[in-house]
Ligand binder design. Structure first.
Ligand code: MN
Length: 241
């Protein structure tokens, strides 16, 4: 594992991201760090990172994690990041590599479920348990056969295993805030002189009341009647209570 590619892509006089030089200030605990950073760059994505062998193994997950075991999320492997990157939350200048707003969406620790992590990574089938603030339980990263489309970097799938933490809840939609500061992307951009409007496109959109148009073949009168009926029903329920 090496941080050469990570450093080559970045100008540390211009970006607030850590260079990964020298020793981390805090004593490394025996537990392995796990973090997901929500990153509103050119495209919104979630950077999934597992500490291993002194760096953060990293995958970019365009749609983010899903708690539904039947949903497999594409995870494109990217360059290893320094351990200090785990609590980086802020703004990468627009002209720099990965320019945009970064949020620590989830953070915690991970445990391998395999006896030999290096062998599992080589094989392309890593099973592990997450102890995050949002994600828990058993997961897998499985390398796919296709290697194209990502500059020679392998594609993997991030999959939730069936356990008590599996669910059909929309975890990314329902829990959009930072796990360390409780801010939204727009708040982080505002606090760090970033592009607030661009960042906000990665936050949940406020629900706009759209005027209901009758679809072709549907009689507006019928719909109206149905609405009236449901209102009446609600009123009746209230009366009973
Ligand atoms: Mn990223």
């Amino acid at each position: 594992m090496t941080l050469d590619e990570y450093r080559k892509k970045r100008n540390f006089t211009a970006t607030p991201e850590p260079s990964g030089d020298g020793t981390p200030a805090r004593k490394e605990s025996a537990k392995l760090i796990y973090v997901i950073q929500k990153h509103r760059a050119t495209q919104l994505h979630y950077d999934f990172r597992l500490a291993w062998a002194g760096t953060l193994l990293s995958w970019a997950v365009p749609k983010g994690p899903s708690l539904d075991p039947s949903v497999k999320r594409l995870a494109m492997q990217v360059e290893d990041h320094p351990i200090e990157y785990a609590d980086f939350e802020g703004v990468i200048p627009a002209d720099e590599y990965g320019g945009g707003t970064v949020m620590v969406w989830d953070i915690g620790t991970w445990e391998p479920e395999v006896p030999n992590v290096d062998a599992a990574l080589r094989k392309g089938d890593l099973k592990f348990t997450l102890h995050g603030k949002k994600l828990q339980g058993s997961w897998a990263l499985v390398r796919t056969a296709g290697w194209g489309g990502n500059r020679g970097k392998p594609s993997w799938l991030l999959i939730k295993h069936r356990d008590q933490y599996a669910s059909d809840a929309d975890i990314t939609g329902e829990q959009p805030h930072s796990a360390i500061s409780h801010r939204l992307l727009a708040d982080i951009a505002r606090d760090n002189g970033g592009d607030v409007e661009k960042a906000a496109t990665g936050d949940p959109q406020p629900e706009v009341a759209t005027p209901t148009k009758a679809s072709p073949g549907e009689k507006p009168g019928v719909k109206q009647a149905a609405t009236k009926k449901s209102v009446k029903k609600t009123a009746a329920t209230k009366t009973i209570k």
